[in-house]
Ligand binder design. Sequence first.
Ligand SMILES: Nc1ncnc2c1ncn2[C@@H]1O[C@H](COP(=O)(O)OP(=O)(O)OP(=O)(O)O)[C@@H](O)[C@H]1O
Ligand SMILES: [Mg+2]
Length: 462
Amino acid sequence: MIPLSLGAIAGLTGGRLDQVADPAAVVAGPVIIDSRAAEPGALFAALPGARADGHDFAAQAVAAGAVAVLASRPCGAPAILVPDVTAALARLARAVVDTRPGLQIAGITGSAGKTTTKDLAVQLIEGLGPTVAPRASWNNEIGHPLTVLRVTPDTKYLVLELSARGPGHIARLCQIAPPRLGVVLCVGRAHEGEFGGIDEVARAKGELPAALPAGGVALLNADDPRVAAMADRTAARVVTFGRGAGADIRAEDVRLDDRGRPGFRLASSSGAGLVKLRLFGEHNVHNALAAAALAGELGMPVTEIADRLSAAEARSRWRMEVTERPDGVTVLNDAYNANPEAVAAALDTVAVMARGGRGFAVLGPMSELGPRSRARHEEVGALAARAGLAGLIVVGEAAAPILTGAKGEPGWAGELIYAADGNAALDALRNLLGPGDVVLVKASRSAGLERVALALTGEVAQ
Ligand SMILES: Nc1ncnc2c1ncn2[C@@H]1O[C@H](COP(=O)(O)OP(=O)(O)OP(=O)(O)O)[C@@H](O)[C@H]1O
Ligand SMILES: [Mg+2]
């Protein structure tokens, strides 16, 4: 963090000091919300949680070295008292950004692929200078300011992931750290239920290009019409990325290797380079293009972008994580999250990886899809059948319409199994899997299917 005294933090957040002996004591960072992460120089933000209230851990955080607590009521420790701790974090983050006029801020949004794109972009942009980016998917009103507060006097680039669960969310995140560059990946069905429909999802994602200044750059996916249309909602210059000839940053001659990893020719008006991704699945082409477009705008030559993309690793777990077991079974752990587009992308990948062998999918429920949820699950079932899987295991009551969808595909002769829970799925798989098979595990995070994937890879006991 940029070092600030407690007095200064109180001024910036509109707070008042309570039980503070020395207002000149300096917070040098980090700003934390888990008292167990406390260390000398830290500021502990006390947030009310679902199970625990951060205020109850204030004394513990200070005992472990935290300089003070950002709190909404006195908590028996030196504190900066504010009416709303989350809002105070936002104000503090914005104040820090305002002290760094040279900081290049990029925001990434979209229904799927944000974290993957962020992880790729960081591995490119780190080559240009010190970069701060969220840990995992820290993309909401808490994770976002905490990420911004990790900026130090050396930081040159801040790469942020912006998520929305409703209108106005992205606009608010853009006020905390106003981006000059904004990437929109895709508009899909994720959280459709919370928004009301896909047009509302598009409107919310469009808040990022709408927030960009005239001197900024909107990086838009040319292959998603709802994203391409956001060119009309921005004052910024528009740069497009995609697979068609019309995009500014293009992937040409896309080919998947036998394990489903895409390779392509990265082309732009300033040159071209060959990319061989280490990530699995054709959907990652767009994520890679978006990262390439960002790095290109920040001044990285195309050949260097291509080399760095080819060396980039998946940094966040359970997103198309591939494990080859000693017995010849390949496990695709994509249990981090699921929505209809992401499941379609994952099914395509299993189909490619299983070429010449057998592909299986263990699918659980996709949450937050609203009134169309049943239809979306049925569509996924039909897709799974059309992917030519040798077997489909559907886990849990909420996912049962996937069975209906799969049964509706008369040309498919694979095994169709209903498992009440993860253990039942593992039992079924024990009798099914053999050398050369590929098995995908995917569901919304709340379904907890990562346990099935981890049991399959041997990381937890079956
Ligand atoms: N471009 C894409 N199109 C479709 N599906 C994708 C795409 N990129 C990633 N996915 C799928 O979405 C899953 C989550 O990817 P990632 O974590 O990058 O997305 P995210 O947008 O950050 O998600 P969240 O909103 O949960 O933070 C991946 O495991 C993959 O299955
Ligand atoms: Mg994410």
